[in-house]
Design a protein around this ligand. Structure first.
Ligand code: SF4
Length: 352
């Protein structure tokens, strides 16, 4: 921390560092790191929570699937509590008879499809490059085993295009990025190199313990102070520059890039993953009759979009801590364990 204090003083101006990983957000709060930073160094949360960035349109389609008589929707737990317009959620749909099962992994959903051959099991594929290889693996396995009753409704996202979109929007000044450790463990450090090269903004790939984040923040401040920008890798024990070749091969065999809609950021070219044509029978979006959903307004006063872009802190939302709490969430960012609103509520209601 002494290095950070010295560098912050030498830089002599406010510095805004964005973390784009929900685990970093939680770790920084849980450890008290934010409160230890000099006042001039501010961490802002970006679109790093996978549940938070999943748009309402996807959830409404998932609810429609879960209400089909022979379909079971399998999903990670956080997603079932996300309210869409009128406060409706997968949890509420389940209370009204829709078939929604919480699983711990896509492999559990695949096993469920094998156990219940008379039902179509649809796994909700959300998340970043971290979870996409496991979902791709289930698609490959379903194909290899001839499993005809397994599908994936895909809303996977990739992080580098979203970081580019944030920089192009220029809505928030960002002096450096703490790059996501989990995503980087899969994709490596190269996909972030466009950020220093094209935008002159330094990046540091960080691990998840407080000392990791402190070291990565010091790396960023060093670069800002020296007026240089590159991608530095603090998380060398988990991240190789080239990523995980095996995971990338599995992911790329079943999934390919596509445009994707993000909550709060809109449609970002090339920022999603979809199932390749060779496996289209496992793509719920193509193999099943889905309702076409127009743009959805969501809960009107919820400011999740602005929170995810780093434009406001959760305390800037009029519902924060009043009608919106983890017990009664009004938006995705208060539901997810990695959401910025949940983190601010649990750990830092007095820290800005
Ligand atoms: Fe949405 Fe609640 Fe966060 Fe406000 S506090 S932005 S309503 S999740």
């Amino acid at each position: 921390m002494a290095d950070i204090a010295r560098l912050a003083k030498d830089i002599g101006r406010p510095v805004r560092l964005m973390e784009v990983c929900g685990t970093h957000t939680m770790s920084a709060f849980r450890s008290g790191l934010r409160s230890l930073l000099p006042a001039s160094v501010r961490l802002i949360s970006g679109p790093g929570c996978p549940v938070c960035v999943t748009p309402d349109r996807f959830l409404i389609q998932a609810m429609a699937l879960a209400r089909m008589p022979t379909v079971t929707v399998a999903t990670f737990g956080d997603l079932v509590r996300v309210p869409v317009a009128d406060g409706y959620s997968l949890e509420r749909a389940r209370s009204e008879g829709a078939s929604v099962e919480v699983v711990y992994s896509p492999a559990d959903a695949l096993a469920m499809a094998e156990r219940f051959p008379d039902r179509v099991v649809v796994f909700l594929g959300v998340g970043f490059e971290t979870t996409a290889p496991a979902v791709a693996w289930t698609v490959r396995q379903a194909s290899a085993r001839g499993l005809a009753n397994y599908r994936v409704l895909v809303a996977h996202k990739t992080m580098p295009p979203a970081m580019r979109a944030l920089l192009d929007d220029n809505e928030v000044r960002i002096d450096g990025f703490l790059c996501p450790g989990h995503v980087s463990a899969i994709v490596g450090t190269h996909p972030f190199e466009f950020i220093p090269r094209e935008y002159g903004i330094p990046c540091a790939v960080a691990g998840f313990e407080a000392p990791d984040m402190i070291e990565a923040i010091a790396m960023l401040l060093e670069m800002i102070h020296a007026g240089c920008a590159e991608v530095r890798n603090q998380y060398r024990r988990g991240v190789d520059a080239d990523g995980n070749a095996q995971a990338l091969a599995v992911m790329n065999e079943a999934l390919e890039p596509c445009d994707a809609e993000w909550r709060g950021l809109g449609s970002i070219p090339g920022s999603g993953l979809r199932i390749r044509d060779a496996f289209s029978e496992y793509d719920a979006g193509r193999a099943m009759e889905l309702p076409s959903i127009p743009a959805v307004a969501g809960v009107s006063a919820c400011q999740c979009g602005a929170v995810l872009r780093g434009v406001i802190t959760p305390e800037g939302c009029p519902l924060f801590g009043a009608s919106c709490t983890p017990a009664a969430p009004q938006g995705a960012c208060m539901v997810s364990s990695e959401g910025a609103c949940a983190a601010h509520f649990r750990y830092a209601r007095s820290i800005h």
